[in-house]
Design a protein around this ligand. Structure first.
Ligand SMILES: Nc1ncnc2c1ncn2[C@@H]1O[C@H](COP(=O)(O)OP(=O)(O)OP(=O)(O)O)[C@@H](O)[C@H]1O
Length: 297
């Protein structure tokens, strides 16, 4: 049974149509990404799913039935940054949040441990880095040990270190069996943490399915042949069935597409087997970005 089913959801705000007939299902254990540029309707979708916004049409089902208060307690959500008290400690802030949610107070310890703030639990919130603040926000979604997490742009505004922390945490929670629904405008983020993706554009679903099916395109590699070997390299590439679309690049370099399942190491080996040593070989994933742009054009 799907965790979440959205059927033909629509939403208009006055004259603005934010969602048009959105249908999707989230299966248990998946990390489901809603991917789309700003304004594509991701926050609206999550808001309707969580019952904080009213749909103009369509239905929401959680755990196989229309939304109920009991079902809602099985979901932890982070739609906007919670207001933590700056002078209270991480632990005190979570205890307050647990009180408000009527979550089991024992889940505070577990949440602190899970997000890696156990050793900093008595420090005041105001001294925390942005990454730690966001991890505390994630901890608050874990109160009551929900089986589903709904996160809107969980890495927004973080520095690279904070982004890595939060992504690592999402992956760990998923590996522990939680179903995670996550909105992001970052292709790279969806690719790194999600198993499934729905691509939204101007409130419409453009594509949905396993990340590998939707976003996987041939990787491109950039090769630098030694000048005297340029022709031999071209010839060798032409003979490899899993190499296509060979193009000249500046400075005597070449780029080529590799079929799925083949990487730069395979290419290196294949050329070396023909006595060709490259002066340079680099993976380029521009094609993925291009595919996303194509989907949302
Ligand atoms: N309260 C509102 N009143 C009027 N229009 C709104 C409101 N909330 C959202 N919209 C409009 O609905 C559309 C979808 O917005 P939404 O916030 O769901 O997109 P999003 O993909 O989450 O983008 P972002 O990442 O920028 O929040 C946009 O055109 C937005 O301007």
């Amino acid at each position: 049974m799907p965790i979440l089913e959205l059927d033909n959801l629509s939403k208009t705000y006055g004259g603005t149509t934010a969602l048009r007939g959105l249908t999707l299902q989230v299966e248990p254990g998946s990390v489901y990404g809603l991917l789309g540029p700003n304004g594509s309707g991701k926050t609206t979708t999550l808001g309707i799913a969580l019952g904080v916004l009213r749909a103009s049409g369509g239905t929401v089902r959680w755990f196989g039935q229309p939304p109920t208060a009991a079902g809602r307690r099985r979901i932890g959500a982070l739609l906007e940054t919670p207001n933590f008290f700056p002078y209270l400690s991480a632990r005190q802030n979570l205890q307050l949040a647990a009180d408000i949610k009527r979550a089991d107070p024992r889940s505070v310890d577990q949440a602190l441990d899970t997000v890696g703030l156990g050793t900093r639990q008595h420090d005041a919130f105001r001294g925390f880095s942005l990454g730690m603040k966001q991890r505390l926000a994630l901890a608050s979604t874990l109160l009551g040990n929900p089986e589903v997490l709904v996160l809107d742009e969980p890495t927004n505004g973080l520095d690279p270190q904070g982004i890595a922390e939060v992504r690592g945490l999402v992956q760990r929670l998923a590996s522990e069996g939680k179903t995670i629904i996550l909105a992001s405008h970052l292709l790279d983020e969806i690719e790194k943490v999600c198993t499934h993706v729905a691509v939204l554009q101007r409130g419409e679903l453009r594509a949905a399915g396993p990340v590998g099916n939707i976003l996987a395109t041939a990787d491109r590699v950039l090769l630098r042949p030694e000048p005297q070997a340029a022709a031999a390299v071209q010839q060798a590439l032409a003979a490899l069935p899993w190499v296509s679309d060979v193009r000249p690049e500046p400075d005597g370099q070449l780029s080529a597409a590799l079929a799925p399942g083949h990487g730069p190491a395979d290419l290196n080996r294949a050329l070396f087997a023909q006595n060709i040593a490259l002066a340079g070989l680099e993976l380029r994933r521009r094609s993925l970005e291009a595919q996303f742009l194509e989907l949302t054009k």
